[in-house]
Design a protein around this ligand. Structure first.
Ligand code: WT7
Length: 665
């Protein structure tokens, strides 16, 4: 039995939701009367055309009954950028700081107010319109953690263009595939950026990606807009003397951001968007290897991002909030940009890494800005734990009130370290379970209201109705473990996969008709807490980044010397999971360091550095059933070094197991 931690008194005192009873009451209302619950929140926003009472939400989660869909506030018309900027400025927040920007180098920082952000967003919106971007067009974004990235996303939202941000750690191949898949008209990037002492040549990667998009996918990007970023920062390493080696300028495609901005006015009428018109798309890994373009729409996402931010971080007027996630992931979308800004929050945006210039950077930054809410990933926590307490003691962290965790289950050691050493026992920890697809938190603790258990994601957010089903789709009541599904839509859920609605239905709704299937396992304990136990499909979570085993297998087998590959996850002390790759070589091929290196390099360059395999195991055969299906359960045990393999009688050749155990590197 794990210990229950009650919300600390200091948190409860300040909380807008100071008791569990109040949470339960609100949750009940959100389920029994969604219209009443959400329309109160929706009324805070600006609507060009208000929603019609009586038709607040409609949906079908059962594909045998027709097409799967979820619609919120149909008929209403609004613009999320207008609600973030114009509305907040009109409400008197113009001079409020929207972002304190903290650069990679500690001497490089700036800030932007809501009014200034509005001006810049209008200028960039006008620039996009000038080069022909219209409502519905896709704009790919491959950018570092800089304010221009936020400006770009909000400008797209303002003119109804669909932004598709690609994490700037992805390789040119991955970028090419994503740019081509959504047929992006424009690509926005920066010349480069420093991450610690490492220089990222973003513009160069975009050039390669545009070329690959053209050759491999026959898609041409019309314009590439480039922020000149390297010029402003204090270099953190040595820049090549020759600027030409950073990128090649192509006058017919490339445009400098500052040239575009200079000539534009700071007024721009927004494009009024129907509630269910698309806001943005974001690719996430799919278990077949082909990335899925998760689509989010306007009104539902707006009220959900705003409400989850407000309650989960218990944000109060003067608080300073910091989410360390990169804008390239959904956490960066909902909890660096949309959620906080909809609440007129003041945020810290950080370009660098927790380890530069030293391992105390997170804590010196918390001290510098007197951060009240700090939101990061278990993998970051674990990687900082190993440096001991010295860096923590050097900094004043008493401004902290709420500590958030996201991306993977948090192990109890990391939870306790976070709670005791960073929070000094005075902070609530919110373990937020959600997905790119859910748009915002769906299971979480709430700071002043819910008790906490180290490692438990806690309770459903408002509007969310979780169920745990056994493999036959039977509902598990009370304590038990099974598949985590949701029985009804919540406003922030995705509406489709770009260009492939059938895949949307297949992946999320067909396994358990009538439910949204998360792909995660979960258990409910005797106190009603929900614990997410991890993926139940062939997905892997490395440092909080989801990827599919088949995607990595596909890359490994592209190597001409490899005939077959099977990838499984192996627990890793910092990354959570790591990639353990079994490969079968072609006849006569030598297995040596050169081959190992070339395979690792291949994965890095085809997917991204974060996907680099930890182990390559030269296997003579794979455990397969007589029908040829690879038994991954067995491979996972071998990867973990577990010799108790269990039943191997269904294998076509049970002797492969011993051979694999013996050949383990
Ligand atoms: C998958 C979604 C949500 C933003 C970042 C990842 C895992 C996420 C938790 C948590 C246990 C978690 C799940 C989920 N996950 N948060 N608090 N506890 N597991 O977004 O890349 O779409 O990944 O991350 O497995 O399905 P994503």
């Amino acid at each position: 039995m794990s210990r229950v931690y009650q919300p600390p008194a200091l948190v409860v005192d300040k909380s807008r939701l100071p008791s569990f009873a109040k949470y339960k009451e609100m949750h009940k209302k959100s389920i029994e009367n969604p219209e009443e619950f959400w329309s109160e929140i929706a009324n805070e926003f600006f609507w060009q055309v208000p929603y019609e009472p009586g038709n607040f939400v409609s949906y079908n989660f059962d594909s045998s009954q027709g097409e799967v869909f979820a619609k919120w506030m149909e008929g209403a018309v609004t613009n999320i950028c207008f609600n973030i900027l114009d509305r907040n400025v009109m409400n008197g927040h113009g001079e409020k700081v929207a972002f304190y920007w903290e650069g990679n180098h500690p001497d490089d920082y700036s800030r932007i107010t809501y009014r200034k952000l509005l001006d810049e967003v209008c200028q960039f919106s006008n620039a996009l319109r000038d080069i022909g971007v219209v409502k519905g067009d896709r704009v790919s974004v491959y950018m570092p953690m800089i304010l221009e990235t936020v400006v770009c996303m909000l400008a797209c939202a303002r003119i109804g263009a669909i932004h598709s941000v690609v994490f700037a750690g992805f390789s040119s191949d991955s970028l090419a595939e994503r740019v081509a898949n959504c047929e992006a008209k424009v690509l926005v990037t920066a010349d480069g950026a420093w991450r610690g002492e490492k220089l990222l040549l973003l513009k160069k990667t975009c050039e390669d990606a545009m070329l690959k998009a053209k050759i491999k996918y026959k898609h041409t990007v019309e314009k590439c807009i480039v922020v000149s970023h390297l010029s402003r920062v204090t270099p953190c390493g040595t820049l090549p003397d020759d600027h030409k080696s950073l990128y090649r300028w192509n006058d017919s495609v490339d445009l400098w951001w500052h040239d575009l901005m200079e000539v534009q006015s700071t007024c721009c009428t927004p494009e009024w968007m129907e509630a269910e018109e698309p806001l943005f798309m974001l690719y996430t890994s799919g278990s077949t290897g082909k990335p899925k373009g998760v689509m989010h729409t306007t009104a539902g996402y707006m009220i959900y991002a705003s409400t989850t931010f407000r309650y989960v971080f218990d944000y109060r007027e003067k608080d300073i909030y910091w989410c360390t996630a990169d804008v390239g992931w959904i956490t960066g979308h909902t909890y660096v940009v949309y959620g906080p800004l909809l609440n007129a929050a003041t945020c810290v945006m950080f370009e660098g890494t927790p380890f530069y210039p030293d391992n105390g950077r997170y804590w010196s930054t918390v001290e510098k800005y007197k951060v009240n809410q700090f939101y990061t990933a278990p993998t970051a926590i674990r990687s900082l734990m190993k440096f001991g307490e010295e860096h923590i003691k050097q900094h004043e962290l008493q401004s902290l009130r709420i500590l958030g965790s996201v991306g993977e289950p948090i192990n109890s050691e990391a939870w306790l370290w976070y709670y005791n050493l960073i929070g000094k026992g005075n902070c609530s920890i919110v373990d937020t379970f959600w997905q790119t697809e859910t748009g915002g938190h769906v299971l979480t603790s709430l700071p002043g209201a819910t008790p906490m258990k180290p490692g438990a994601a806690g309770f459903p957010f408002f509007g969310v109705e979780p169920r745990i089903l056994d493999d036959n789709g039977r509902k598990i009541e009370g304590p038990g473990e099974g598949n985590l599904v949701f029985a009804r839509p919540w406003p922030g859920m995705m509406r489709t996969l770009f260009g492939d609605h059938r895949r949307y239905e297949r992946v999320y709704f067909e396994k358990f008709p009538g439910y949204y299937c998360t792909g995660d396992g979960a258990k409910r304990d005797e106190d009603g807490f929900l614990w997410v136990t991890g993926r139940i499909d062939d997905m892997l979570n490395v440092s909080g980044h989801l990827m599919s085993t088949s995607e990595v297998e596909g890359v490994l087998t592209e190597e001409p010397r490899v005939s077959e590959a099977a990838v499984v996850s192996k627990p890793h002390p910092i990354k959570g999971e790591s990639l353990y790759c079994f490969i079968i070589l072609n006849e006569g091929v030598k297995f040596d360091m050169e081959l190992i290196d070339s395979l690792k390099k291949r994965v890095r360059s085809r997917i991204g550095a974060f996907a680099a395999p930890d182990v390559i195991h030269n296997a003579s055969g794979l455990p397969k059933t007589r029908s040829g299906k690879i038994m991954r359960r067995i491979l996972r045990k071998i990867a973990m070094g577990d010799t108790d393999i269990g039943d191997t009688s269904t294998l076509a050749d049970p002797t492969v197991v011993d051979k694999l155990l013996q050949s383990k590197p």
